[in-house]
Write a protein that binds this ligand. Structure first.
Ligand SMILES: Nc1ncnc2c1ncn2[C@@H]1O[C@H](COP(=O)(O)OP(=O)(O)O)[C@@H](O)[C@H]1O
Ligand SMILES: [Mg+2]
Length: 287
């Protein structure tokens, strides 16, 4: 181990014909981090991750994954990385345990299949055939498969899409535990609350560019303007200010002098959601 980052990406670009899917993306992921690429559909998240995985060739830019250029397809790198594809499908007739034991052979230091099953919360399905799994269980099997090789780095592309809320929470617990097991995590998501719950740092991606990067709490706090709101004769009054102390003093002094109350008085700062919606222009219909 060294201070070398898990991932370093500089000015990454990828075009599909005339479509520029990734337009100069740079970021760095330290070992032991959970790093999130957050953005709406079509932002270029999967393209970026697939380049890091070595599944796609980049058009230009520099990429280092655990010190390797993934475009070279080094076996050593493949053995150290775990991958959950956005769409996966294989061996419908194998049982969960058989599928994991099969893939374990590809790695020099695999986890025990039972441990991977437990990590992914599939204890009840170990002997179930893959084709009989529900969509959410199959997604968990994908996660177990990504973890079977005891990877140093795991790529999770939309790991909980299609999960019900309970399954999502339990997948979050697994993902949160991974750095403690020696695995750095890069995940993509279009769920803001998922990025907020899991990621130490996020890059908000839009139209192939990183439009903001940082710890979720810092991103939300980047805008220092406060919003002060109250109701006045049934109408909502809103003020924006850098200095809510002075503003509140003015508003409350005037109200008290007139014998009025400021109904529903609130002071808020923009949440990560506000920042995300502003940066991505998303209507925010599905989370
Ligand atoms: N194989 C491909 N051929 C052509 N265009 C593609 C291909 N894969 C993705 N794209 C386009 O690249 C853009 C980024 O897609 P993608 O990386 O899948 O974004 P995300 O994962 O953020 O939804 C989209 O406009 C998508 O239509
Ligand atoms: Mg995608």
């Amino acid at each position: 181990m060294s201070a070398e980052p898990a991932i370093e990406v500089r000015d990454l670009r990828k075009s599909y014909g005339s479509v520029e899917a990734v337009r100069g993306v740079s970021f760095r992921v330290e070992r032991g981090e959970v790093y999130g690429l957050l953005g709406p559909n079509g932002a270029g998240k999967t393209t970026t991750v697939e380049i890091l995985e070595g599944h796609r060739q980049r058009s230009s830019g520099e990429v280092r994954v655990l010190g390797h250029d993934p475009a070279r397809g080094d076996r050593e790198l493949r053995e150290r990385v775990g991958i959950v594809l956005q769409e996966a499908g294989f061996y419908p007739r194998a049982t969960v345990r058989e599928a994991l034991e099969h893939f374990a052979f590809a790695y020099p230091r695999p986890r025990d299949a039972g441990e991977a099953i437990a990590l992914a919360g599939l204890e009840g399905q170990a002997d179930t055939r893959v084709r009989a799994l529900s969509g959410g269980q199959r997604r968990r099997l994908d996660l177990a498969l990504a973890l079977i090789g005891s990877p140093e780095l795991v790529f999770l592309d939309e790991p909980t899409t299609g999960f019900d809320p309970a399954a999502r929470r339990s997948a979050w617990e697994v993902i949160r535990a991974l750095p403690g097991l020696g695995t750095t995590v890069v995940l993509t998501t279009h769920y803001l609350e998922e990025a907020q719950a899991l990621a130490d740092r996020v890059a908000i991606v839009k139209d192939g560019r990183v439009v903001a990067e940082g710890a979720p709490a810092d991103l939300a706090g980047e805008s220092t303007r406060y919003r002060v709101a109250y109701r006045d004769n049934g109408l909502v009054r809103e003020h924006e200010t850098d200095d809510p102390t002075a503003l509140l003093h003015r508003l409350t002094t005037a109200a008290l002098a007139d014998g009025r109350t400021l109904d529903g008085l609130s002071v808020t700062r923009p949440s990560l959601e506000d920042v995300y919606l502003r940066l991505t222009g998303e209507a925010g219909t599905d989370g």
